[in-house]
Design a protein around this ligand. Sequence first.
Ligand code: IMP
Length: 195
Amino acid sequence: MILIFATHNAKKLIEAQRILPTSVVIKSLVDVAYDQEIIENADTFEGNATLKTDAIFSVFGEACFADDSGLVVPSLNGLPGVKSARYASDSMPVDHQANNDKLLRALKNESDRSAYFISVVCLKLPNQTELYFEGRVTGRISVSPQGDMGFGYDPVFIPDGHTQTFAELGPAVKNQISHRARALNQMSAFLLSQI
Ligand code: IMP
């Protein structure tokens, strides 16, 4: 089975390859030479994941999947949420440090620092059926950035059951419990049931 993963992100591709069955060959947007930008302007994670799969399906007509993810902080009314990448500014490439600085400022006097990462994966089959898989990892926001592994909000997110941030824990721990791993594991189970 061949699946196009609607991402240019090499780290996400490697993560997905590790999780999905070896009988599933994954091609990234780099592999299929798709270099257009897909505008993610939906107001839900499901909506953005669907925008990405629909855009790729309309060009290639093949089974594909996309994930949309972000950090949700309930005490900030769900922010950064679907706007996680552009929380501090619309600049490209994403300014992760500015996002983390803004988040820490917003939580400065807040006692409830609970947060969760969420990933919603949309899988579009050749018959155009769309299936959704959601993964979450809960935790809290640290008082300052710690660690230099990972990306995005990893330096400020401490998953439940740990005392260090994702950026300190590194990929071996993160890939076991991350929101994306949990969503992709569900998709993997579905694909295995179909083979
Ligand atoms: P996207 O799903 O690639 O569009 O991710 C949106 C944004 O959410 C990223 O730019 C990060 O700011 C944040 N994010 C998503 N997943 C993670 C993660 O695993 N670690 C840290 N930040 C993440």
